[in-house]
Unconditional design. Sequence first.
Length: 287
Amino acid sequence: FQIDYTGTEPSSPCNKCLNVSWDSTPPCTCTINFTLEHSFESNVFMYYGLSNFYQNHRRYVKSRDDSQLNGDNGSLLNPSKECEPYRTNEDKPIAPCGAIANSMFNDTLELYRIDNDTRTPITLIKKGIAWWTDKNVKFRNPTGDGNNLTALFQGTTKPVNWPKPVYMLDSEPDNNGFINEDFIVWMRTAALPTFRKLYRLIERKNNLQPTLQAGKYSLDIAYNYPVHSFDGRKRMILSTISWMGGKNPFLGIAYITVGSICFFLGVVLLIIHHKYGNRNTSADIPN
């Protein structure tokens, strides 16, 4: 199930937020009501999706400093030149530097169930959405005396488009700074211009009731992320997984396409072999 909340349609509740800027204060908010026709029985995965956003551009992919993201204190204050033009700002090194971090998705999504005009919030879990290797190996906070991230990031500045610095992404110490899972998920770049990234988890509470019952719901959006300038689109997606994993038609389509091409070429080569393969190309040698 997915909802497009870009707001390009005049009738959309988010149309008023269409031309929002990165630093809009307060953020533009909108609410979209929807109905689930069928229940979600197992754990639910909540994604945000973007379209016409090219995270696979070569210069964009290279615009990061992996040593800085791994907690190296030297790279923290002297980022890689690959991060230009998002390497420094006002003579201070940017942490995290680069175009990928600077363009981090920052809409806030909240889900509510509506029952007799009463809105009940759905618990959204923000931990466990990043790959284990990213969370525990590739991304580390700087090291130093104490665990005060404000002191550890002293001498750096926030990315240009961010409303707050990296050490204020979350109130929980084990989900703040470079190890913030929303940040880690964003930093794993997508291969195609239309993609989705895991935003939150909705866990099933018991086996007697579905995770999300069929019925009326509302999605509250703090609309911070501008996409209208490059004709992009934004959507919220609710999905579950089976024992085979989540729904991902790309691999199946790729297999069918490649298989069909191979079958067609096989038939063509077989016809060519039968038509021309029995010809005697050796010249007769006279006695």
